[in-house]
Design a binder for this molecule. Structure first.
Ligand SMILES: Nc1nc2c(ncn2[C@@H]2O[C@H](COP(=O)(O)OP(=O)(O)O)[C@@H](O)[C@H]2O)c(=O)[nH]1
Ligand SMILES: [Mg+2]
Length: 403
C-alpha cells in the first residue's frame, strides 16, 4: 500500500512538472542556465495574496488588478502587463499539486486576455529566455493600524522603508527582488499607480497582500465585463456538463431538472457555528425549497464537508424522497486537476441548476451567484441562503449583473 502511494504521488509530481517546466527552475537541484536578459518591451506587475486566503477571494483580487490594468490600457498606458500569480500551496487544497500551477489549468487564458493584458509566469520566462527573474521593487502592503483616523476612512499610503520579504514567490526558487519596501496602504487599487510612479525605471514591480487594495468600483459594468471574461478551462466545463447531462438529465444552459446547494462546512462549521445550519436543519431547508418546485426531486450538493457529514445529509435527503447527487471525482480527475479543479466543477454544476441555495458570506457561493447572473437566471432563483437553525437570518444581497 505504501509502495503504491509512493508511485502514485511521484506520478502526480511528474505530471505537475510537465506543465510547469517551462517556467519552473529549482536553483537547489538544477542549473538555471542562460541568464541573458532579452526584454520584449513590456513592464510587468506581479502580485500575491495573503497565504490563508482561498481560491474565490483570490479570484476577486485578480479582478481588482485586471480592471486596474484594463482601465489604464484604455487611457493609453499600454506598456504594462499583469502576471498571473501561479496557484501554490493553497490552504484548502490538501491533495496533490506541490508545484506552482499556471492559470490555464483552471481558466481560459484567451478569454482573460480579451479583457485585460495578462500573461502567465511561464510566458515571462519563455519571452525573456531568462531562467532567473529579478523583481525591481517589491512592495509589501500593510494595513494601517487605525483605518479610521479621526473617524474617517481616507485613501492614503505611506512608504515605511526597506524591510524583509519572507514569502515564497509562488513556490519558485529562481525569483528574487532587488529592493523590498514596506508600505502602509488603504484605498482603491488604482492608487498603486502612484507607488509604481516612484520608480520610473523599474520594469518589474510586485505587490504582496494584493487583497488590501480595494476595487475602484464594485458591481459596475467594468466589474461585470471582467467577471464575464473569467471563463473556466474548457476541459473542466466539459466534465461538469457531462455530469449534468448524465446524472441531472439536463442538456441546456439553464436547467429545469435540479436544485443545487452550496453547503460550506470545514472552517465555516467550526468558526461560524451559529451562522450555519446543522445537518438535519440543512435537509429541512432543502425540503422547504422543494415545496416551491413541485415537479423536481433531484438535488445536487456542492460541499467541502467530510465524508461522514456527506453520508448523513444524503441519508436525511433520501429519507425525504429526494434523489441526491454529489460530484465524486475519479482518481484521474483528482490527479489532473486537484482540489481546485474539483471545486470548480462543483461550482459549474451548481451554476446551471433551476434553483440555488448558497452559504452566507462564502466567496465560493458569491462566484456561483455571479455565474448565474451571467447565465440569465431570475434573481429569485439565485440569491437564497442556508439559515442557521435558530435566530436571525439576514437576507442575501442581490448583486445583479450590469450589462
Ligand atoms: N469541491 C468543493 N470545495 C469546496 C466547496 N466549498 C469550499 N470548498 C473548498 O474550500 C475553499 C474555500 O475557500 P474560498 O474559495 O475562499 O471560499 P470561502 O472561504 O467559502 O469564502 C475553496 O476554494 C475550495 O477549495 C465545495 O462546495 N466543493
Ligand atoms: Mg475563504
Amino acid at each position: 500500500m505504501l509502495i503504491l502511494s509512493v508511485i502514485v504521488s511521484s506520478l502526480v509530481l511528474v505530471a505537475a512538472e510537465e506543465y510547469t517546466s517551462a517556467q519552473y527552475c529549482d536553483k537547489t537541484t538544477k542549473s538555471c542556465g542562460n541568464n541573458d536578459e532579452v526584454s520584449y518591451g513590456k513592464k510587468h506587475i506581479f502580485y500575491d495574496v495573503n497565504p490563508p486566503e482561498g481560491f474565490n477571494l483570490r479570484r476577486d483580487v485578480y479582478m481588482r488588478f485586471a480592471i486596474m490594468l484594463a482601465e489604464a490600457q484604455k487611457q493609453g498606458k499600454d506598456n504594462w502587463e499583469l502576471v498571473l500569480p501561479p496557484w501554490y500551496n493553497l490552504y484548502h487544497w490538501r491533495s496533490g499539486r506541490r508545484q506552482p500551477t499556471p492559470w490555464n489549468k483552471y481558466f481560459d487564458i484567451k478569454s482573460l486576455k480579451s479583457y485585460s493584458p495578462v500573461v502567465e509566469m511561464h510566458e515571462i520566462f519563455s519571452k525573456t529566455k531568462k531562467k532567473e527573474l529579478e523583481i525591481d521593487v517589491l512592495y509589501i502592503l500593510e494595513n494601517y493600524e487605525n483605518p479610521f483616523e479621526n473617524g474617517v476612512f481616507n485613501e492614503k499610503w505611506h512608504v515605511k522603508g526597506e524591510c524583509e520579504y519572507d514569502g515564497l514567490y509562488w513556490g519558485y526558487n529562481n525569483i528574487t527582488a532587488k529592493e523590498v519596501l514596506c508600505v502602509q496602504f488603504q484605498g482603491k487599487v488604482s492608487q498603486l499607480w502612484e507607488l509604481i510612479a516612484l520608480h520610473p525605471h523599474a520594469s518589474k514591480i510586485m505587490f504582496t497582500h494584493g487583497e488590501i487594495p480595494l476595487h475602484d468600483t464594485y458591481g459596475t459594468k467594468s466589474y461585470w465585463d471582467c467577471r464575464k471574461s473569467m471563463k473556466f478551462n474548457k476541459n473542466l466545463i466539459h466534465i461538469a456538463k457531462d455530469y449534468i447531462a448524465e446524472y441531472l438529465k439536463c442538456k441546456t444552459e439553464r436547467c429545469a431538472t435540479y436544485l443545487s446547494v452550496h453547503w460550506r462546512r470545514q472552517d465555516f462549521a467550526r468558526s461560524r457555528g451559529n451562522q450555519v445550519p446543522s445537518i438535519a436543519g440543512t435537509a429541512k431547508q432543502i425540503r422547504k425549497a422543494f415545496k416551491k418546485l413541485p415537479d423536481m426531486n433531484k438535488v445536487f450538493i456542492a460541499t467541502d464537508a467530510s465524508m461522514s457529514e456527506i453520508n448523513k445529509l444524503e441519508k436525511a435527503l433520501t429519507d425525504y424522497g429526494y434523489e441526491t447527487h454529489f460530484f465524486l471525482p475519479s482518481p484521474s480527475i483528482i490527479e489532473e486537476y486537484g482540489d481546485g479543479g474539483i471545486a470548480i466543477i462543483d461550482q459549474i454544476i451548481s451554476s446551471h441548476a433551476a434553483y440555488f441555495i448558497g452559504t452566507h458570506e462564502s466567496t465560493f457561493t458569491y462566484r456561483i451567484q455571479e455565474e448565474r447572473e451571467i447565465l440569465g437566471f431570475e434573481s429569485s432563483t439565485t440569491f437564497n441562503r442556508l439559515c442557521p437553525d435558530t435566530g436571525h437570518c439576514e437576507k442575501s444581497t442581490n448583486w445583479l449583473i450590469v450589462d
